[in-house]
Ligand binder design. Structure first.
Ligand code: SF4
Length: 295
């Protein structure tokens, strides 16, 4: 296995199987995850070696998360081949999840998407980030909100569930309301099973870090993040999606079902606003993984 392994927090119990290294896009303005990792595809034999080892030490595994940054970039033939090997070597596996991007969906036909679903490929984790074109363009995501809506619709139409990663504040301080409203609209139209929120946090080595340092990108204040998240929640009309806001970079770490827990989530934002009334106009001071306030 390579050294750099990322996975969503809710995949903690999944069997991690490396199918690719790095990220095929590797140029989002805020991201340094795979900055020094050239993208490559692992040979079939190396994937099968991992599966055979897993069969010895975790034969009961029922869920696989394919690594790395966007394993769904693999062609439908290759993904089908990997899924066949997983089911042959680890027969209890029912779900094969992975990171994917909107761009990865575009390269697959509707028929291929349906076929991949029939092989157990499901519950993709997609860094949608925002529904506002201005933010998507500035962050170099490579698609517009309309294109994301179209591809995510095709995915859902093929029966493949997805969870959406969103970055609050991605349009900057001046556009927090527009970002929240456009992102809620995209979520409402594409119906993710889970929404995973974080806020803008960068490390040296990416364009957004330099832009924040130089003042070219003005980050939300702590109060601005609360306003944006409140606005997003207000506009989300999804009925059964899980709102997963436990990433350390969030001003308030909270989670719950939409719509069932929406009022409670909004109340938690309001309570935080009251507790930190003296800090609302301040810029966040970040710690590990972008942590703020230490809530
Ligand atoms: S955010 Fe995701 S798609 Fe963008 S460069 Fe990082 S890993 Fe790749």
């Amino acid at each position: 296995m390579g050294n750099l392994i990322y996975r969503p927090p809710f995949e903690a119990d999944s069997l991690l199987v490396e199918a690719t290294c790095g990220c095929s896009h590797n140029c989002c303005s805020f991201c340094t995850m795979y900055k020094d990792v050239p993208f490559r595809v692992l040979p079939e034999s190396q994937v099968e070696d991992q599966l055979r080892l897993a069969a010895e030490i975790r034969p009961e595994a029922d869920r696989v998360f394919l690594e790395n940054g966007d394993a769904f970039v693999l062609g439908a033939d290759r993904l089908s081949q990997i899924a066949e090997a997983i089911h042959r070597i680890l027969p209890r596996v029912s779900t094969i999840a992975m990171y994917a991007s909107v761009l990865n969906i575009r390269t697959k036909s509707d028929e291929e998407l349906r076929e991949l679903r029939s092989f157990g490929i499901n519950e993709l984790n997609i860094g949608v980030e925002s529904g506002l074109d201005e933010a998507l363009r500035r962050m170099n995501k490579g698609y517009t909100a309309e294109e994301a809506e179209y591809e995510l619709y095709r995915l859902r139409n093929a029966g493949i569930d997805y969870s959406a990663n969103l970055i609050l504040g991605l349009a900057g301080a001046g556009l927090w309301r527009e970002n929240a409203e456009a992102t809620a609209e995209l979520m409402n139209k594409t119906n993710p099973s889970l929404i995973f929120t974080g806020t803008v946090h960068t490390e040296p080595g990416c364009r957004l870090y330099d832009e924040i340092e130089s003042g070219a990108f003005v980050e939300n204040t702590i109060g601005g993040y609360l306003d944006e998240e409140e606005c997003l929640l207000h506009h989300l009309t999804l009925d059964y999606s899980f709102f997963f806001g436990l990433h350390p970079s969030n001003v308030v770490r909270m989670q719950g079902y939409l719509q069932r827990d929406k009022e409670r989530l909004l109340a938690e934002l309001g309570a935080c606003r009251n507790r930190h009334s003296a800090e609302l106009d301040k810029k966040p001071v970040r710690g590990q993984e972008g942590a703020i306030l230490g809530e």
